[in-house]
Design a protein around this ligand. Structure first.
Ligand SMILES: Cc1cc2nc3c(=O)[nH]c(=O)nc-3n(C[C@H](O)[C@H](O)[C@H](O)COP(=O)(O)OP(=O)(O)OC[C@H]3O[C@@H](n4cnc5c(N)ncnc54)[C@H](O)[C@@H]3O)c2cc1C
Length: 445
């Protein structure tokens, strides 16, 4: 590769803290809040202009069920419930009971402001429009994060780091082992549009029928009304074969996603007579389901998820089904903990079958162990969010936000405990993390 030499330079250390969180989705914010509420001095770095990640910047306004698959046993609480309660007070959330599709739809703009409030109340130092660019490693020790923003290139010195960047930027640049699976789940540009219902019927089918004419990849269009508003969040685009952790592929994905949004609008205008829908907003960023993963002390397997394996060091519980958006054929496959599966191909009835023989008792939820967010290379580095170590089918279920929120909370609590007891995160007793999480409002099973 053609290279140039960048001269060495001194970088001002603008913050010294206990915990530096890279990435400010709900995952990162929840990590920061849990650590700060325990007494840590926390700085959070977010490259966008607001917190919330996919839930706000990409308009994905849906969180899944906090119950197990029977809807009788609550398995998720903590900051997820706290935020939902806060949004409810602002009439910014719609509830749906016993739905495998979603439990809450919320207003992403209100969530942005709510996350600002949480950060303020916890006394966290926020840095928006600030990108983590490099780790500062001295004698094999991770000492600082180099950041860039309007003020230039700066450093944050911290005792412990949490990589919640989705793409594992800190881990990757610190040289940890990362990997991308063969079929990365596609990215999707959502859109806020008006008039998605005609005579009470959603327009998904029209999009499906005419997708090819508008060069739209075969697949499902779905979405949700934003609570108490005439605006509808539509997720009908799909960008395949692009790893959004690479700059050029991310650029391609953004532009291709927007092209597809326009194609959907043109399609609806052509095939729905009298339709007056308006494109009201595009997301600040394409919604990314998956990029790189980071090798950790334990890789969550598909069997762990589908057989509901319980871990002694579990820090998160989930019940969302395995949801694979295929790269190699149209449609999605949904696998359930009760042994059933559905292949849903656009325009055709779902094909139902069993992925295992029936059993007397089915598991009703699965777990994520602490070891799947502990990379192990540095004693002061944890991760949280979708880059956690998981096989493709395990990730396809566990990646949803109610689960990733819990990995953030666990990372924040583990960070504080490691610092408080002067213990490397690699040998921290999981029992202590679990009991501290429970004391702070999480459900630990
Ligand atoms: C279209 C779509 C629909 C989905 N549907 C649902 C759904 O209905 N329900 C659900 O729960 N989940 C859904 N998901 C999955 C879910 O959104 C993601 O798995 C989840 O948001 C991952 O969270 P995260 O915090 O790991 O990553 P992200 O939400 O991607 O957050 C990463 C954050 O880090 C910041 N960041 C990245 N790099 C840097 C850097 N170098 N410096 C500073 N900041 C950085 C980003 O700006 C971002 O704020 C969907 C995803 C997509 C794309």
């Amino acid at each position: 590769m053609n290279t140039l030499h960048e001269p060495a330079r001194d970088v001002p250390v603008v913050h010294e803290c206990d915990v530096c969180v890279i990435g400010g989705s709900c995952t990162g914010v929840f990590a920061a809040v849990r650590a700060a509420r325990l007494g840590a001095r926390v700085v959070i770095v977010e490259k966008a202009g607001s917190f919330g990640g996919v839930a706000t910047l990409s308009l994905v306004n849906v969180w899944h069920s906090p119950f197990d698959t029977t809807y009788r046993k609550q398995i998720i609480a903590g900051l997820t419930m706290e935020v939902i309660d806060r949004l409810r007070r602002r009439k910014a959330v719609t509830d749906r009971e016993r739905s495998p599709h979603w439990a809450w739809a919320f207003n992403p703009q209100e969530l942005q402001i709510e996350l600002d409030e949480l950060i303020r109340e916890a006394g966290i130092t926020p840095l928006l429009h600030t990108q983590f660019v490099a780790p500062h490693v001295v004698d094999g020790q991770l000492r600082a994060a180099i950041i860039e923003n309007k003020s230039g290139r700066q450093a944050i010195r911290a005792r412990l780091f949490i990589d919640a960047s989705g793409d594992g930027d800190l881990c990757h640049r610190a040289g940890l082992v990362t990997y991308a699976v063969a079929h990365i789940q596609p990215s999707t540009t959502c859109a806020a549009i008006s008039d998605y219902l005609v005579d009470g019927v959603q327009l998904d089918q029209v999009i499906r029928e005419h997708a090819a004419e508008f060069d739209l990849p075969a697949g499902f269009a779905w979405g949700t009304a934003i609570p108490n508003s005439p605006v509808y969040m539509l997720a009908g685009t799909r960008v395949y074969d692009a790893n959004a952790a690479e700059a050029e592929q991310l650029t391609f994905s953004e532009m291709e996603g927007r092209r597809q949004v326009r194609a959907i609008m043109d399609l609806l205008r052509k095939y729905v007579p009298g339709w007056r829908g308006v494109l009201q907003a595009l997301p600040a960023r394409i919604g990314i389901r998956e990029t790189r993963h980071v090798r950790c002390q334990y890789q969550l397997t598909a069997a762990d998820v589908l057989q509901g394996r319980q871990f002694g060091d579990a820090i998160a519980n989930g019940s969302y089904r395995v949801d694979v958006h295929h790269q190699d054929k149209p449609g999605i496959t949904l696998k359930y903990l009760d042994g059933t599966q559905e292949y849903c191909c656009p325009g055709a009835p779902p094909v139902r079958s069993l992925w295992r023989p029936p059993e007397k008792v089915d598991p009703t939820f699965y777990q994520i162990p602490l070891r799947s967010i502990v990379p192990g290379t540095f004693p002061n580095l944890l991760l949280a969010g979708r880059m956690f170590d998981a096989e493709p089918e395990a990730h396809a279920a566990a990646r949803v936000m109610v689960n990733m929120n819990q990995t953030g909370e666990a990372a924040g609590v583990a960070a504080w405990l490691a610092l408080d007891s002067n213990t490397p995160v690699t040998t921290l007793a999981a029992a202590r993390v679990r009991s501290k999480l429970a004391a702070g409002g999480s459900i630990i099973l």
